[in-house]
Design a protein around this ligand. Structure first.
Ligand SMILES: [Zn+2]
Length: 163
């Protein structure tokens, strides 16, 4: 019995909250109505970025910044779900497909539990594989605990596409 070719990848992303601009908060493509937004060159979707980074890492394709530079006018205000969709295409072009991914979003505020199912459904539909999402509190510790930003970690498992 041959063992399937598998690759695991890790993604990490952090974005600070915006203090001046009125920006929407978008996490995994879900707009959290009335919440303070994050600063970033794209739409600052920290969850989509962490998942994309995990996918790229597992496929040995480097990090997100290499493919979507944050000084490129092309990606200014970009929809990060579109970025994630292109990353999925890049990974599949290398002969891999996603088995599953799991994410932990670290945020003191806002409370994310009401949104986790919608966020997970968004990503899973886009990628065509189960992507689970969990929220963790930084317990008032450090910059994240002072609600200065949101961080997200993700792991992704790829299998060689034998089709
Ligand atoms: Zn990011």
């Amino acid at each position: 019995m041959s063992f399937p070719q598998l690759r695991i990848g890790l993604g990490l992303d952090v974005h600070p909250f915006s203090s001046v601009e009125q920006r929407p908060l978008v996490l995994a493509g879900v707009h959290l109505e009335g919440e303070r937004g994050l600063v970033g060159h794209s739409d600052a979707d920290v969850v989509a970025h962490a998942v994309a980074d995990a996918l790229l890492g597992a496929a040995g394709l480097g990090d997100l910044g290499r493919h979507f530079p944050d000084d490129s006018p092309q990606h200014l205000g970009a929809d990060s779900l579109a970025i994630l969709a292109s990353v999925k295409e890049m990974v599949e072009a290398k002969g891999w497909r996603l088995v599953n991914a799991d994410c932990t979003v670290v945020a003191q505020t806002p409370r994310l539990s009401p949104y986790l199912d919608a966020m997970s459904a968004n990503l899973s539909t886009l990628i065509g594989a189960p992507i689970s999402l969990k929220a963790a509190s930084p317990e008032l510790l450090g910059a994240l605990g002072r609600s200065e930003g949101i961080a997200c970690m993700a792991v992704a498992l790829l299998v060689a596409d034998e089709r």
